[in-house]
Design a protein around this ligand. Structure first.
Ligand code: PEP
Ligand code: MG
Length: 577
């Protein structure tokens, strides 16, 4: 039976294909006692699962080295070594033989013993190996229980992934050739999985509440990432109309592609910068190919995720330098310091469980508290600044006090580098994100001490409207065009300009069709967005006049609701193009 489900349009694009429903599985088993004649078969079962684990790790290692980097790939090499270690695997075998118990129980006993041993060691490196052991033991346990590890199970054709939720690290593992789109029960437009989907050009609809209940694997789906519509088992006419839309979408992209080497200039000659948001050094290549004039936000936390220990200064230095090398010709690369917390978890940092993680111990708050962690990143950033036009940006600054604290730590790191004769750019620009209303209100004071601002609307909207960016039930309140949000944005841009500083925006709003004319009229200097939105935005920009948009925003600022503002933009600007 045909069914229409409405969710949040999280990543644009259309997908037509079969569903693969990912079922959450629990890792439970019972301890069983074996008869003497069952022991040999049990050891053989263990060896088979070990073999499977090693080949899975090989596949993950290859993918990580291709898509993310050699450093990440090394983690899986270490996991393979554990699986081939006679001390570890041999101990599980002996346990099965001596205790006459099933492999799962033997594995648990041996793994707990080794983990405990590593955790109690003085040496930090050895202590970190405990996390590797835990991780690889879990993978082996899944294989013993016959639980599929991959997100896509045995799917052989490209599918539409249907699941309760996707973590940012799950999303990082998705392969565009295997996943045509994904749809989830929870999540919003600015959840990090949605943001990554846009960068990866995978259409996505989130916040569908119970899509995993309504769809079975193999059902035919049409996903519209522009409207948030998901059609389940639609009729042939609907499929045909979406095939036509898909064709038109590709044609439109071909038109935009002609602007790849063109500057971002309005029809009355006003120049702005259209730059990209990236999550990994690898994304920088995509941004470059997509016509980005630089990087406006490198979310460095993704370097820290999907692994079980902190990246070293050297690894970070290489990553930052690599981005600067890809974004060459002195194009700007704004690198944000660690912004962990909220929906971005880092298990090995052992963060406390909080009632309101978006309002909690996150981002700059962690860095100002765990100064060594912060200094390692700042050293890597400063060293990389000798190799390109790198700018440092702090996330989640709430007050001038925090900006000063962060800058004081940065000065210490700079001084240390000077003392040791290590090169860095003495003129490096250091800016901050404006994503907390308190910072937007005192932007005039902050602008005196920050070299630039980048407005993080994903968080600024949630804090201004008191609406959780992950909660689909109240997503109607999450409105970039709410007059309160627009006034704050205008205030920030004006404050920057008064001090001769530039203002950018790296929240998702910067890449939205309706927002661009308004932000242009406000005088925004830099628009940072997911790479696939750049050419579409440049196409729109070339059709607009700065002077006309300035006049339009004067009227827009007097309108009372988001709805009126959107209607104004549609009727007076977009429909007239
Ligand atoms: C923002 O809040 O707008 C932003 C860009 O940061 P993030 O989405 O990573 O929280
Ligand atoms: Mg943010």
């Amino acid at each position: 039976m045909s069914l229409l489900c409405k969710g949040i349009a999280a990543a644009q694009g259309i997908a037509i294909g079969h569903a693969f429903v990912k079922v959450e599985q629990t890792l439970s088993y019972t301890r069983t006692t074996l008869e003497a004649d069952q022991v040999a078969a049990e050891v053989a079962r263990l060896k088979e699962a070990v073999g499977k684990t090693i080949s899975q790790l090989e596949a993950i290692k290859q993918k990580a080295s291709k898509d993310i980097g050699e450093a990440e790939a090394k983690i899986f090499e270490a996991h393979q070594l554990i699986m081939s270690d006679p001390e570890f695997i041999g101990a599980i075998e002996s346990n099965i033989e001596s205790e006459k118990i099933n492999s799962e129980s033997a594995l648990e006993g041996v793994s707990n013993m080794f983990v405990g041993m590593f955790e109690s060691m003085e040496d930090e490196y050895m202590r970190e190996r405990a996390a590797d052991l835990r991780d690889v033991s879990k993978r082996l346990l899944k294989n013993l229980l016959g639980i599929e590890d991959s997100l896509l199970g045995d799917a052989t054709e490209a599918v539409i992934l249907v699941c309760h939720d996707l973590t940012p690290s799950d999303t990082a593992q998705l392969d565009k050739d295997q996943v045509k789109a994904f749809v989830t029960n929870i999540g919003g437009r600015t959840s990090h999985s949605a943001i990554m989907a846009r960068t990866m050009e995978i259409p996505a609809v989130t916040g569908l509440s119970d899509i995993t209940e309504k769809v079975k694997s193999g059902d035919m789906l049409v996903v519209d990432g522009e409207t948030g519509d998901v059609f389940v088992n639609p009729d042939q006419d609907l499929i045909a109309s979406y095939e036509q839309k898909l064709k038109e979408f590709h044609e439109q992209k071909a038109t935009w592609a002609k602007l790849i080497n063109e500057p971002s200039v309005t029809k009355d000659g006003h120049h702005v910068e259209l730059v990209a948001n990236i999550g990994t050094p690898h994304d920088a290549e995509g941004a470059d190919k997509a016509g980005a004039e630089g990087i406006g936000l490198f979310r460095t936390e993704f370097l820290y995720m999907g692994r079980d220990n902190f990246p070293t200064e050297e690894e970070q230095f290489e990553a930052y330098k690599a981005v600067a090398a890809t974004i060459d010709n002195n194009r700007p690369v704004v690198i944000r310091t660690l912004d962990i917390g909220g929906d971005k978890e880092l298990p090995y940092l052992d963060l406390p469980h909080e009632m309101n993680p978006f309002l909690g111990y996150r981002a700059i708050r962690i860095c100002l508290d765990q100064v060594d962690l912060f200094k390692t990143q700042l050293r890597a950033l400063l060293r990389a600044s000798a190799f390109g036009n790198i700018k440092i940006m702090y996330p989640m600054i709430a007050s001038l006090v925090e900006l000063r604290q962060a800058n004081a730590i940065l000065e210490e790191v700079k001084e240390d580098l000077r003392q040791n004769g290590i090169a860095f750019n003495e003129e490096i620009e250091v800016g901050m994100m404006i994503e907390i209303p308190a910072a937007a209100v005192v932007a005039d004071q902050l602008a005196k001490e920050a070299d630039f601002f980048s407005i993080g609307t994903n968080d600024l909207i949630q804090y201004t409207m008191a609406v959780d960016r992950m909660n689909q039930q109240i997503s109607y309140l999450y409105d970039p065009f709410n007059p309160a949000v627009l006034r704050l944005i205008k205030n920030v841009i004006d404050a920057a300009h008064k001090e001769g500083k530039w203002a950018g925006m790296c929240g998702e709003m910067a890449g939205e069709e309706y927002a661009l004319p308004v932000l242009l009229g406000f005088g925004l200097d830099e628009f940072s967005m997911s790479a696939p939105s750049i050419l579409r935005s440049r196409h729109l920009l070339t059709q607009l006049s700065m002077e006309e948009m300035k006049a339009a925003t004067n009227e827009i600022l007097n309108l009372a609701t988001g709805e009126e503002i959107r209607a104004y933009i549609k009727e007076n600007i977009l429909d007239k193009l």
